[in-house]
Design a protein around this ligand. Structure first.
Ligand code: FAD
Length: 380
């Protein structure tokens, strides 16, 4: 049998794409290397995503509407989200749920590690390790296989340019850790991360603590160790996990007969490392473009155009923010000081929750601009 579309990778981007394709009546196969995969991830998702993809309540382990931002000197700013919350999910459950949804929609979901993809006639032949799945034939391909995408390599997409390595440890709640159960903490501190940030995310039955840094520049294990020491936790973690975060879209993530979505395309925003929303949105936009392409012959390039039109300003804004404020502790100190402003908090959370950039009024823009200058000069 030859499928209309083969989706490689059953994380959020691939599972969403497969479900939409199958629902539209395209014969779809989803190939996931390991159904028990535990993707290293903080699992923080915005309310807008929960609503758009109708994520069931039982998957949201926590709804958190408060966040603490901590500066290098230990200044703590309490930030509130009056209009929503960050949902905390556990990826092993979340990804499994999305794959089951794809299967229920009619996609064929198979377990196998894709090891090669070759062009064949009008489409492709996909081979898995040890032929666990017999060779699959498909007219079109969606590469949703994460930061180290085999699909991108096999089909010669331009490289992922920027990769951050992130590490996370999970701790069981014990009396000394109990105080972290209800609040997200973000640490902007060069000792924790010289070019990114550290996070403390409470889940239902554990606390996730992690940090990231630009690949090869710093020792991620040493940064993580220092972070846990600074928080004052002496318990042993029960799980260590690490993975790369591709925080720059590839120069191109569309070809005539194949597209990349999610991490495979490099769709994680700079500064905050948010990838689940963009994985699911790109999976959806990619699948919709694929359906149009299948029915009316429209070019797959439309998917990339649409994604960039919607989200390029957010990627650009966050890239500038990271380049300006994450360079050293003096600048991080200024950044946290600016977060104390109510309008900055409102704009930050509104754009995080629904990815809508609503311009502030002129007086508010002038006030924020002046505060930026003041804190940048003052260094706190
Ligand atoms: C430590 C860490 C913390 C993070 N925290 C957050 C957070 O709190 N919030 C947030 O929004 N984002 C976070 N991210 C980013 C987020 O995890 C990713 O952006 C998101 O998982 C991307 O989804 P995806 O479906 O594109 O890729 P993935 O989730 O990586 O899924 C890819 C899938 O493809 C499969 N696969 C890979 N290779 C093959 C192959 N050859 N054949 C078959 N299958 C294959 C994998 O097993 C996997 O299931 C974090 C990342 C890291 C590393």
């Amino acid at each position: 049998m030859r499928y209309d579309v083969a989706v490689i990778g059953g994380g959020p981007s691939g599972a969403v794409a497969a479900a939409i394709l199958a629902k539209a009546g395209l014969s779809t196969v989803l190939v996931e290397r390991n159904f028990d995969n535990v993707k290293p991830c903080g699992g923080a998702i915005p309310l807008g995503l929960i609503e758009e993809f109708a994520i069931p309540a039982e998957l949201i382990e926590k709804k958190l509407s408060r966040m603490k931002a901590r500066s290098p000197k230990g200044r703590v700013i309490d930030m509130k989200m009056p209009n929503g919350y960050v949902g905390m999910v556990r990826r092993e459950k979340f990804d499994r749920y999305l794959r089951v949804e794809a299967e229920r929609a009619g996609a064929v979901v198979v377990e196998g590690l894709v090891k090669s993809i070759s062009h064949s006639g009008e489409g492709f032949v996909i081979n898995t390790l040890n032929n666990k799945v017999p060779p699959l034939r498909a007219s079109r391909i969606i590469g949703a296989d994460g930061a180290n995408s085999k699909t991108a390599d096999e089909l010669h997409f331009p490289p992922n340019e920027l990769k951050v390595i992130a590490m996370q440890q999970r701790f069981k709640y014990t009396p000394s850790i109990q105080k972290f159960t209800d609040i997200v903490e973000i640490w902007f501190d060069g000792e924790v991360s010289p070019d990114f940030y550290g996070w403390i995310f409470p889940k239902a039955d554990h606390l996730a603590i992690g940090t990231g840094t630009e690949d090869h520049k710093h020792n991620i294990k040493a940064l993580q160790k220092r972070f846990v020491e600074k928080i004052g936790i002496t318990d042993e973690p029960y799980l260590d996990e690490a993975a790369k975060i591709p925080m720059k879209p590839r120069k191109s993530f569309t070809q005539e007969k194949a597209i990349l979505v999610g991490d495979a395309a490099g769709l994680v925003t700079p500064a905050n490392g948010e990838g689940i929303f963009f994985a699911m949105r790109s999976g959806k936009l990619g699948a919709l473009a694929m359906i149009e392409h299948h029915k009316h012959g429209t070019p797959l390039k439309n998917y990339e155009k649409e994604f960039r039109k919607l989200y390029a300003p957010i990627f650009f804004g966050l890239e500038v923010l990271q380049a300006v404020y994450y360079r050293n502790d003096r600048l991080r100190e200024s950044f946290v000081a600016i977060c104390a402003d109510d309008d900055v908090q409102r704009i930050t959370f509104d754009s995080y929750l629904y990815k809508k950039m609503i311009p502030a009024s002129w007086p508010v823009q002038m006030k924020i601009f002046s505060k930026n200058i003041y804190h940048l000069i003052k260094g706190s």
